[in-house]
Design a binder for this molecule. Structure first.
Ligand SMILES: Cc1ncc(COP(=O)(O)O)c(C=O)c1O
Length: 374
């Protein structure tokens, strides 16, 4: 039985062909990129070429890209920056942010900051009117993710920015899930900061970057002064080159992802599975589907597919385990719907055949439940 991996939003299948080629390329360039000799300089060039390519794809300057150990660290840098820049103030986030934002915000709340968590509607989108109402002259940061990791729903960051920038407030967006999957222009979105993770697009774990407008950010990790004194620690050239190459591949596969996602929905309809998509399917990423199966408990579906070598998830990886329902789907709808909703996230290696097999299995389980009444 071959494996069907449909949990790309937790982590993408690695692009092992790119990894192997990159390791071969780097085999003879093993020096520290900060070393002032020929090998070191060669490595430094690779690092900065990667930075240049990555920055251009989001319309940033290369000096605005600060490599980090991933999205979690980039998110932590933002809240550390706020803690270092202001004695108190109000921070606005949404209640569907990744745990690395929620936990950082909670920590600042303990330190005296006021945290406002905006709720989302059934489409999975925050209310701009609510944002307008809660923003005050005491607001120091607004941090709203570009696309959600469980629903794939895209927030109207450009409109959010219009409101936030009227007040001259810092705007951060966690663009971890959206990066590469949709085109992003940090200048058009008017972002001050954006966080990115490499393993979501098939590159290495524990790598990513923070985009910081005009490089204005307080370092979280200090030491050797790498990354222009903004993030210390010996630079990860393999991580950077992998990110560069995997980004190139991801940008070129957006249309295929979209087609595959639509094919999945069409197959479910053709098989007459009883389902609804959670959140807006119009403003959403081309690779994430969150589906409410009216007749099937999520945990049962996950276990059944798992036994058939098909891997999906109930929600974000951190909150999975024994699945009681996603907090995000529960906040958009209700607990009952959350208990019957799963996330299916596709990627570069997903084929129509894999989707056919998966949908057949889903229909098989639904039939079984309907026939036996359990
Ligand atoms: C929306 C979002 N933000 C942040 C992260 C954390 O990124 P990393 O795993 O690189 O620390 C993730 C990963 O699960 C995510 O989905």
């Amino acid at each position: 039985m071959s494996t069907i991996y449909l949990d790309y939003a937790a982590t993408s299948l690695k692009h092992f062909d790119i990894l192997k080629n990159t390791i071969n390329e780097l085999e003879n360039i093993y020096a520290n990129p900060s070393s002032n000799h020929t090998l070191g300089k060669k490595n430094n060039k690779l690092l900065n070429n990667a930075r240049k390519y990555i920055s251009q794809t989001i319309n940033a300057k290369d000096s605005e890209i600060i490599f980090t150990s991933g999205g979690t660290e980039a998110n932590n840098m933002i809240f550390n920056h706020i803690l270092n820049s202001y004695e108190s103030g109000e921070i606005i986030i949404s209640n569907i942010e990744h745990s690395s934002i929620i936990e950082c915000a909670n920590k600042l709340e303990d330190k005296g900051f006021k945290i406002i968590k905006l709720e989302v509607n059934k489409d999975g989108v925050i209310s701009l009117n609510h944002l307008k109402k809660v923003i005050t002259e005491n607001t120091v940061l607004v941090s709203i993710m570009l696309a959600n990791n469980e629903t794939g729903v895209i927030q109207p960051i450009d409109k959010i920015a219009d409101i936030v920038k009227q007040h001259n407030i810092l705007l951060h967006s966690d663009i971890v899930q959206a990066f590469g999957k949709i085109n992003i222009d940090v200048k058009k979105l008017n972002l001050d900061f954006a966080s990115v993770s490499a393993h979501k697009i098939g590159a290495t774990n524990n790598f990513g970057f923070l985009y910081a407008k005009d490089s204005k950010i307080t370092p979280l990790i200090i030491g050797g002064g790498q990354e222009n004194n903004l993030r210390s620690g010996t630079s990860d050239v393999l991580g950077a080159v992998m990110l560069e190459k995997c980004l190139h591949r991801t940008l070129n596969s957006q249309k295929t992802l979209e087609d595959m996602k639509n094919y999945f929905i069409t197959c479910l309809k053709n098989h007459k599975v009883s389902f609804e998509i959670n959140g807006s399917n119009i403003h959403s990423l081309p690779n994430i589907l969150n589906i409410y199966f009216k007749n099937i408990e999520a945990q049962r579906l996950i276990t059944f597919l798992d036994a058939n070598n098909i891997f999906i998830s109930g929600g974000s990886a951190c909150s999975s385990g024994s699945f009681k329902g996603s907090r995000i789907i529960a906040s958009m709808y209700n607990d009952e719907r959350a208990e019957k909703s799963v996330r299916i996230s596709i990627g570069y290696y997903t084929t129509k055949e894999m989707i056919d097999i998966t949908v057949n299995k889903i229909k098989e389980l639904e039939n079984r439940i309907l026939m036996r009444g359990k």
